[in-house]
Ligand binder design. Structure first.
Ligand SMILES: NC(=O)C1=CN([C@@H]2O[C@H](COP(=O)(O)OP(=O)(O)OC[C@H]3O[C@@H](n4cnc5c(N)ncnc54)[C@H](O)[C@@H]3O)[C@@H](O)[C@H]2O)C=CC1
Ligand SMILES: CC(C)CCC[C@@H](C)[C@H]1CC[C@H]2C3=C(CC[C@]12C)[C@@]1(C)CCC(=O)C[C@@H]1CC3
Length: 343
């Protein structure tokens, strides 16, 4: 019987490596001496020594070509939550992730690290210091979350020491940092339209925002600690900045840092959530005719008006995780990285 030669443990692939988190991950892996192949539907940059493979993760043959001599795969691809396209989320996050697992197993990949999300347990009610044993959301607020739950289940269930295929899921929360296409750009766009004057609720709700370099650090630690005898096998890990902050203080610091006014006037949470639900219903019904994307979606309003912060004690214990960039420094670096979005 022919024995399969194991590729070096420093040969890895990043699926979704052209995205915000993916690119930061790729850059750090290269710094740490990994040889990296990026697989993504788009190529948006170049890094010496990194090979790019343009393809859809739903295409197993395309994946197999890239994964054949790789021992470690990071899967951080997803359609943007803002697209709100249920079919696309199911196709990519659930069916596509099954395809990724099959391709990994056929290609002899030994480790798969999934970027999940802490939101898999969020249903729009307060979560304070939530641990990984919280149940998955029974009624997820949006299609994105619904499919991130299924995706995480599929990946963790695939973990098999017998098959020499180990999996782990990282659950970051509210990732921000240079080049983020979501949080800061949406915030600034909303401010420029004059819609960032209001605080939803009493403004005291605490939330985790996680600097991208800490998320990257968590991913690499997980990959390096994932071994047949380690507690990481088939488990999920919260990775945050471990410094919960009032949602509206965070938003205000970013806005003021970029020269915009901080929101000042309060609106009742239930009222804004009700309006967001109504708007979502109307725009969903109208979607075959016209594609309108409301700024205040039910998910965004829920995130803005409730407590949602998570414990990362499991990551500290099992993989020695500690954030590498503190929140104050992270906000300063982020603000400085968006000169084009200043007022
Ligand atoms: N941004 C955030 O606050 C959080 C993000 N996450 C997760 O982190 C991961 C990365 O998110 P971001 O970097 O923020 O998003 P992003 O949108 O910047 O990156 C996603 C990448 O996936 C690629 N992609 C999408 N569909 C694909 C397909 N069918 N085949 C191949 N590539 C495909 C995109 O081209 C893009 O480069 C995602 O899994 C997301 O669910 C989790 C928690 C919070
Ligand atoms: C319009 C305002 C009320 C809010 C503007 C900022 C928001 C765009 C962001 C604040 C929290 C962010 C967040 C996500 C996306 C951007 C925000 C809503 C995620 C939904 C991204 C994907 C995830 O997995 C969870 C994130 C939670 C926090």
């Amino acid at each position: 019987m022919a024995t399969r030669i194991r590729p070096s443990s420093k040969r890895c692939a990043v699926i979704g490596g052209s995205g915000f988190l993916g690119r930061h991950l790729v850059e750090r892996l290269v710094e740490k001496g990994y040889s990296v192949a990026v697989f993504d539907i788009a190529q948006r940059y170049e890094v010496p020594g990194v090979t790019f493979h343009q393809g859809d993760l739903c295409d197993k043959q395309a994946l197999l070509k890239v994964l054949k001599d790789v021992s470690l795969v990071f899967h951080c691809a997803s359609p943007s939550p803002a697209c709100d396209d249920r079919n696309l989320f199911w196709k990519v996050n659930v069916e596509g992730t099954r395809t990724v697992i099959q391709a990994c197993q056929e290609a002899g990949v030994q480790k798969l690290v999934l970027t999940s999300s802490a939101s898999v347990v969020f249903e729009g009610t307060d979560i304070k210091n939530g641990k990984e044993d919280l149940p998955y959301a029974k009624r997820p607020i949006d299609y994105y979350t619904e499919t991130k739950i299924q995706q995480e289940k599929v990946v963790l269930e695939a973990c098999s020491k017998e098959k020499d295929f180990l999996t782990v899921a990282i659950r970051p929360h509210g990732i921000f940092g240079p080049r983020d296409p979501q949080l800061v750009p949406i915030l600034v766009d909303t401010a420029r339209k004059g819609k960032m004057k209001f605080i939803i609720g009493d403004g005291t709700n605490l939330v985790d925002f996680t600097y991208v370099e800490n998320v990257v650090h968590g991913h690499i630690l997980a990959a390096e600690h994932l071994k047949p005898d380690s507690p990481l096998c088939g488990k999920a890990y919260h990775i945050t900045n471990d410094e919960p902050i009032r949602f509206w203080d965070f938003m205000s610091q970013v806005l003021v840092g970029l020269g915009y006014d901080a929101p000042r006037y309060h609106l009742p949470y239930a009222l804004v959530y009700g309006i967001a639900m109504l708007l979502w219903l109307i725009t969903s019904l109208l979607r075959p005719l016209v594609n309108i994307k409301p700024t205040f979606t039910p998910m965004r309003v829920a995130l803005a008006g409730t407590h949602h912060y998570y414990s990362c004690s499991r990551a500290k214990q099992d993989m020695g995780y500690q954030p590498v960039v503190r929140l104050k420094e992270a906000i300063a670096r982020t603000v400085a990285s968006y000169p084009h979005l200043r007022r």
